[in-house]
Design a protein around this ligand. Structure first.
Ligand SMILES: [Zn+2]
Length: 308
């Protein structure tokens, strides 16, 4: 058996692990990122964490062929450099070549959403499909596209406009997919609903819980609130609009949804499939629309096996 080291770099934690060539995690380790430190200090910690993972895997180190890393931000995959990462404060960080020098194996670098998408294709919701789009509905909308088991780099559709002249996005444009369909977008729309009707069920639930989350409006709808149900319907319409753009253009076999909002499961997926079905271009094969199944493990498995 051959093995690969996976490294998944996040704003809060960095996860490392040893993964088999078929996508099974044999050991894993996690450290806090503490990004306020210098790049070199973080690098030293990651290397120590990799060594922990390797020691915990109980495999012959000669069978570990390479390491793959997934990181957020703007990266140069070819040279293994993080060019810029706003959240971590990294700039021109030659992370992969440095790590390769110390570990003595090749180290590759991918965008974290791309790595997670590959993980879902190798071992999760999109296993066995020829073309898969993985969409994460979290703080933003992340998209990763994998064709024939290979990451198609740079497929970032979160800033595709789905409402011309719509809501202002952090990127400077208006009406981006992300402004409507991220958890943040849903929360903003929920807050507007609360402002319009401070006596409504959604407002009461938010007051009871002390904050507004992506689930708040679903809870209000569960209690029979019509306004909440309408907002959910509007949210799903936006999501369907974005998905249909991607389906008509790329025709993926599978679309997997992950992130906080996707936790609603079939409650979200069922009406979503219906709306997509109404808008999809005639003659296009309807893709499977499902939930991601691996959670955080997708990033680790995908990062490791992107080094194959
Ligand atoms: Zn945008």
């Amino acid at each position: 058996m051959k093995y690969y080291v996976g490294i998944d770099i996040g704003g809060t934690n960095i996860k490392t692990g040893v993964v088999t060539e078929t996508g099974e995690i044999v050991s894993e380790h996690s450290i806090p990122t503490r990004a306020e430190r210098s790049q070199n200090e973080v690098l030293k910690d990651i290397i120590a964490s990799v060594r922990e993972s390797v020691a915990g895997a109980n495999v012959n180190p000669d069978d570990i062929l390479a390491a793959g890393m997934g990181t957020p931000g703007f990266i140069d995959s070819k040279n293994g450099i993080v060019i810029y990462n706003n959240n971590l404060g990294w700039r021109d960080f030659r992370i992969a070549p440095e790590m390769s020098r110390v570990l003595g194996i090749p180290v590759t670098l991918e965008n974290d959403a791309d790595a997670a998408a590959l993980g879902e294709v190798i071992a999760g919701s999109a296993k066995g499909t020829k073309s898969a789009m993985i969409i994460t509905l979290g703080t933003g909308v992340g998209t990763g596209y994998v064709v024939d088991g290979k990451i198609v780099r740079g497929c970032e559709f979160g800033h595709m406009v789905i409402e011309f002249g719509g809501r202002r996005c952090t990127c400077g444009r208006k009406g981006c997919f992300e402004t409507y369909c991220s958890a943040t977008g849903l929360i903003n729309m929920t807050k507007e609903l609360i402002a319009q009707n401070p006596e409504g069920k959604t407002a009461l639930i938010a007051a009871k819980e002390g904050s507004v989350g992506g689930q708040t409006v679903f809870e209000a709808a569960d209690e029979g609130d019509r306004e909440a149900a309408e907002l959910i319907d509007r949210y799903i319409s936006y999501l369907a609009c974005g998905l249909v753009n991607l389906i008509n253009g790329l025709q993926p076999e599978t679309i997997s949804l992950g992130g906080g909002v996707a936790k609603q499961g079939e409650r979200l997926l069922k009406p979503l499939r219906q709306k997509v079905g109404l808008e999809i271009y005639e003659g296009i094969t309807f893709p499977k629309i499902v939930n991601c199944t691996l959670g955080y493990k997708a990033g680790l498995i995908g990062a490791a096996l992107s080094a194959r």
